[in-house]
Design a protein around this ligand. Structure first.
Ligand SMILES: [Ca+2]
Ligand SMILES: [Ca+2]
Ligand SMILES: [Ca+2]
Length: 361
């Protein structure tokens, strides 16, 4: 159980690209394609959120000094201030410096503050202020500062709440971490531990697993989560995979239950609202699975693959669970899995080469 929980936490952030015709609630705009959205689950906060990857804009925040025991103009230049910018895609910390004056007075340590304000594209979190403690070099006593370590990820904040600088150093470097581009809640309800998402763009429906409560919910195109779960009573539903069945009125998806060691197929009826028509256990204890987590489905090829960190195995079987065998074994901790169709690079290069030869003639 504990092992499974750790595995779930590791794979907690599931990302999925929702194509234009999918879950966007935006009205159609003529013939232009609507912007895609990135939708993800966050098991830590219990949220299902979304953002438009094209909407990222520069973000920025001000910094400015103010006195404590250290006095601007005497111990350091007064009113040192500026603004830090992050362009879209820049997610790393930025640094700036403040200047220190060296005097000849024997004195105890002296602090001044540097504070963040006026955020654009995010909010200011903790630590929003860094105390700079000047250590005297003229024989005065020194008391080291006590540091606390608040950190509010996703906000503008200092890398630490306090730093020490020698009076004769002349300069102190401070580090600020950026806010994340803002996301909006797709689902307003907070779930226990949402992990995996599956989008059925054709049906404008999204499925969300919540291992914390052993349920699978569904969400409509407007982001409204049906309060009645689609599936309940599971041990720890971890991952979903699917492809619409040839019969569009009876689509299915496949899911793993890491705690129960099972793999299910869920058959859905798209009446209004969608409902679970049948939950079919395809693989369970005795099949060899120990703690299946990730799942990928190739509906055309009638195969699926399952990661099993408990067994250290990637399993392959038919979509009905038959013909199970270990495709790969001896793995340390296999987690996510995806089905990829490689592009025919070799063929394209060959064709380009032929064109080149013909031109040279
Ligand atoms: Ca001084
Ligand atoms: Ca001095
Ligand atoms: Ca001094």
């Amino acid at each position: 159980m504990m092992a499974h929980r750790a595995l779930i936490a590791r794979g907690a952030l599931a990302l999925i690209l929702v194509l234009a015709f999918g879950m966007s609630a935006a009205p159609a705009r003529g013939h232009t394609d609507p912007e895609p959205l990135i939708v993800w689950t966050d098991a830590g906060t219990g949220k299902v959120q979304q953002t438009n990857p094209s909407s990222a804009t520069p973000i920025s925040v001000d910094f400015a000094t103010s006195d404590e025991e250290a006095v601007g103009g005497q111990d350091y230049p007064a009113n040192q201030e500026g603004r830090l910018y992050w362009q879209p895609g820049e997610t790393w910390p930025k640094q700036f410096y403040v200047l220190i004056y060296n005097d000849t007075v024997a004195e105890p340590e002296e602090d001044f503050r540097v504070t963040l304000s006026n955020p654009v594209g995010g909010t200011v979190g903790e630590p929003s202020m860094q105390r700079v403690r000047i250590r005297d070099d003229d024989g005065g006593p020194f008391t080291p500062p006590e540091s606390v370590h608040p950190d509010t990820p996703g906000t503008f904040r200092f890398s630490s709440d306090v730093s020490v600088v020698d009076e004769d150093a002349g300069v102190q470097i401070l580090t600020v971490l950026p806010a994340a581009n803002p996301a909006e809640d797709l689902v307003t309800e907070v779930l226990s531990e949402p992990t995996s998402l599956l989008v059925d763009a054709g049906a404008d429906v999204m499925y969300v697993t919540d291992p914390g409560t052993g349920t699978v919910y569904w969400v409509d195109a407007a982001g409204t989560m049906n309060p009645t779960p689609l599936i309940t009573g599971l041990g720890s539903p971890t991952d979903l995979a699917g492809a619409t069945d040839p019969d569009p009125l009876m689509p299915s998806f496949w899911l793993t239950d890491a705690e129960a060691g099972k793999v299910f197929r869920a058959d859905i009826s798209y009446n209004s609202p969608p409902s679970l028509d049948a939950l079919v256990e395809l693989l369970g204890p005795g099949s060899g699975l120990i703690g299946p987590t990730g799942i990928a489905v190739d509906a055309d090829g009638d195969r699926m693959w399952i990661t099993d960190p408990g067994a250290g195995v990637i399993w392959q079987c038919a979509l009905d669970g038959s013909g199970l065998f270990a495709l790969a074994g001896g793995l340390d901790n296999p987690g996510g899995i995806a089905f990829v169709i490689p592009e025919p690079t070799t063929l394209l290069l060959f064709a380009a080469g032929v064109l080149l030869l013909r031109k040279r003639r």
